[in-house]
Design a protein. Sequence first.
Length: 246
Amino acid sequence: MAGGVVLITGAGQRLGAATARRLMDAGFFVMVHVRTSLEAAEELLNEAEQRNGRNCGCIVQADLTDDEALASMLDEVKKHRRVQADGLFGIVHNASFYSQSSFEETSLEAYRKLNRLHMEAPYFLTQQLLPELRQGKGSVIAIVDTSWGRAWSGLAHYTSSKAGLRQLMLNLAGELPDVPVNCVAPGAIMAADWEAEHFTKVLEKVPLGRSGKAEDIAAAVHHLLTTPSLSGQVLHVDGGWSLNEG
Ligand SMILES: NC(=O)c1ccc[n+]([C@@H]2O[C@H](COP(=O)([O-])OP(=O)(O)OC[C@H]3O[C@@H](n4cnc5c(N)ncnc54)[C@H](OP(=O)(O)O)[C@@H]3O)[C@@H](O)[C@H]2O)c1
């Protein structure tokens, strides 16, 4: 249903913003969640509105690791007039925090925070917004990664919380009779500031020999959202990297 409402977390910049842009241009009303990227999100919405000549979305702001902020954002989503009228056509759990630190040096506090961001917030938002998803005949998509079953040095905190998110989504896909649930697993798409050198080495292992584009992730999300028979899938958008990753 073009015109439905889609909530995307962490959508102020990078892959989340590309996904928001694609969905807004395809006719959806996107609730662009940000933690800090308010200006970028405003620009994203303004540009979409100019391109499409309509109100394409709104911004919701919260630190998803803060229980109060999360609850207040949930309330805002539920009370939004578009959500009350149409329900939700999708939730995209995209927000993430990717940083390298050795297992010995990663504090329990940092680990808990990542679990809250990658697992607890998606769990809570999906659970609390099920009535709206049902009303809007919507689906849920989580953006995971390709680390499943692999060891990435200095990233145990990140890969394990993403594995939890992936498993949460697959379990829900099997459990919920009326809400499709899927994952998109990006490969090497957009390097973080700290990993430029590592990123170049990774690309040597990608069969297609190049990084993907943010728009590829946006296209994968769009495809999953608009193909209601797809559920329980993990769509790898990685140029074949998973085949060669040791
Ligand atoms: N980039 C890649 O090549 C790649 C590869 C594999 C998987 N992925 C996955 O694809 C998704 C998008 O990737 P990306 O590189 O675009 O992500 P990113 O820039 O690392 O993070 C996306 C957004 O998450 C938000 N965020 C961080 N901490 C938060 C918190 N405590 N509460 C609420 N929001 C928070 C930030 O919002 P603000 O900016 O508003 O603070 C940030 O812009 C992520 O799930 C990532 O794990 C990406």
